[in-house]
Each structure stands twice: as structure tokens, then as C-alpha cells.
Design a protein around this ligand. Sequence first.
Ligand SMILES: Nc1ncnc2c1ncn2[C@@H]1O[C@H](COP(=O)(O)OP(=O)(O)O)[C@@H](O)[C@H]1O
Ligand SMILES: [Mg+2]
Length: 249
Amino acid sequence: MNLVSVKNLNVSYGTFVAVKNVSLEINSGDYLCIVGANGSGKTTLVKAILGLIKPQSGSIEKSIKAFGYLPQQTSIQRDFPASVMEVVLSGFQKKHDKQKALEQMQKLGIEELAKKSFSELSGGQQQRVLLARALCAADKILVLDEPVTGLDPLVTDELYTLIRKLNRETRIAVLMISHDIHRAVQNATHILHMNNTELFFGTAEEYQKTTLYTEMSSVETCSTHLCTHCGTNCTSSHIKFHSINEGIK
Ligand SMILES: Nc1ncnc2c1ncn2[C@@H]1O[C@H](COP(=O)(O)OP(=O)(O)O)[C@@H](O)[C@H]1O
Ligand SMILES: [Mg+2]
């Protein structure tokens, strides 16, 4: 079943074109990773798909109304003054269903955290809570904007494993923005590589045969260092992203 179909999409902020001529499709059970350097329009594209930003031209067809959305993290979200259960329940658009919320929390191994304060949890636990919240909002597609930013490599692996398990076992489609090209090709079925415009869209298998991927993946992993260009926790070919996409030598 086709869930989302985007054709020749253009999205601008004033005169600045952030997303230029991007097309993609998401079907049930797909796991699409959007990769690309900082500022390459990934979040803007996702917000347009969610209906949060109006595109200038092109089309977005959706066969579903609700998306489970986990936005890019901000410190305000991390300090949110609510209990874990309250955060998870806030995912429901209409009636709060405590039983269903608990079921989603069990799936993610966080049911014992229900009464805790959200702000006291570790980064990895908070992301699981926000995933449970997103699962309460929708059961056909999860939209995750850089869900592992700031997490240590072990917790990052755990979260990737969990998301892949959800995708494989429940057939929920996943649309994930990621900086990590290695984990992207290991986990996703499809890749969109963008630099404002679309550089590649297709299966993860096809992507691995491209020179774009070869160039990106030829760099050493540096998961414990901060990226010298954007200051975030740098994983795998992150610096290569910057050097290729932004012309940094
Ligand atoms: N609200 C906004 N107003 C103006 N420009 C924006 C806004 N949001 C993002 N941009 C710009 O659009 C470009 C793409 O941003 P974004 O989609 O956030 O990229 P990414 O998620 O790939 O890092 C960047 O150059 C960014 O500065
Ligand atoms: Mg972004």
C-alpha cells in the first residue's frame, strides 16, 4: 500500500529554496532513511510531508491522516515537566487510551518508567518514551528526525535495533532522518540522499553501488569525536558529508 508519494517538490523560505525538485515514495513496511549534510533540507522536506510547511510547487499525496512524529530534539523537550505516562498519552489525538499507551511502552521496554518524571530520564530512555508517544499517534508510519543525536554509541545501537524490530515485526513504515550513512544502509530498505536537491533515491542496495556512497563511506569512523564543522556528535562518515556537500576540504 502506498502511504506517501512526493513528486517534484520545491519548498522555499522567502526567496531561499530549501528543497528543490525532490521525489520519493513510501509504501507499507518501507524504512526510508534521508541522509545529507546539515542544512541540506531534510527537516524541511519532512515538515512539508507532515503538512507543517506549505510547498511552493510539486505534489504530496498521502493515503493516511496520522503520522507518528518524533521531532529533532531541543533542550526544551528534554526538560519537559511531565510524567512519562503523560508524555506518552499526549500522543493520542482524541481519547487518551491508557491501556494502549502501556502496550506501546511494553513494546519498547519502558513500562516500568510510567510514573517517573520525563526530565529525569537518560537521553536513550527519553527517546524510547517519545517513540511510544509517536506510536500512540499512528500505527502506519513513524517519522523520526535525527532520533539518536546526542546519544552514546551503545544507546544509539540499541535504538536502531529497536526501530528496525518495530519496522520488521509490525510492518510500520519508518521515515528517518540520519547523519549516519553506515547505519542507514544497514537498517533502511530505501535511501534518499539530498543536498537541497535530490542526489539519490532508491533501495539501500542500489545506493551502495553508487559512487556517492563509495565516497561517503570511505572515511574512518569517529563516533566519539565532535564534528569540527557542525559541533554535533560525529558518527561514521559525517565529516565526509560536510566535505562533499559543502565543499569543505
Ligand atoms: N524557518 C526557517 N526560515 C528560514 N530558513 C530556514 C528555516 N528553517 C530552515 N531554514 C534553512 O533551510 C535550509 C534547510 O534547513 P533544514 O531543512 O533544517 O536542513 P537539515 O534538516 O538538512 O539540516 C537551511 O539552510 C536552513 O538554514
Ligand atoms: Mg534537520
